[in-house]
Write a new protein. Sequence first.
Length: 291
Amino acid sequence: MNLPLNALVRGYLRWCPITDGKRLLLNLTRGLITPKDPIAVFDTKYGFQLKANLANPEHQYLYFYGTHDERHVVTKLLKMIQPGDICWDIGANIGFYTCLLASRVEEAGAVVAFEPALRTCGYLSENVSLNRFANVTVLNKGLSDSIEQRNLYYVEAGLAEGTASLKYANGRTASERVTLDTIDNLTRELPVPNFIKIDVEGYQLEVLRGGEHCLRTHAPLLMAELKDVGETNQTLFAEIENYVADLGYHLYEIRKYSVRRCQKLSDSPKRNFFLVKEQSRAFSRILPWLR
């Protein structure tokens, strides 16, 4: 690996405000600046470190850019999450959002991170320890609408894939048996969240159904990936819309510089949404972004 070129390109990708041409630059230099050992520990743009597997393209993006590819989500969370908040990260993967949230809530707050895949949860735990976050609890389980055991499908355990799914095999040739719990059951023993991030690859509705009491009673702000790339399941979209509406929540799509009310998931090109009750205290957090 060419270390000077690695430092130059990564610095440019991370800090140059002009985004045009960055992908081309990375594609031209990737073979020269990617470490031979795929297991790497590196700094992010936000003051914490991550250990990741660079054989996974998602982790490689974090390594080169120092941030998640959902940068517009990150920008808004940096403004919305406050010291003292209680955050749950459902589908935490190796812990980018867990660490981001932990750095924002500070010692007065807490983060509970859920990751069902055993090897992936190992990375998550290591990253929490690496950054000495004493305000994070890691749980090796997924969330659903019932307490059960279920298969989690992925390509390879060591890749710590963010696309592992409880719902879809879709060519994923490996799986493991994982433990599932519910939001409502866990709030009996864990601090009740005022912010929940949900990224569960098609299992969103089950997670929401398992938290009906919490959502009705405490009205936390939710940030959820509700659509996968190319997702066209109109029935599922309608079920999600109807369910959150019954809870009193509204959907707001996360745009580059704003958030905007979403009437129909099928009409939105976005993947990530805030879900919020407009009469709740949480609504004030998205107000500055409303357009």
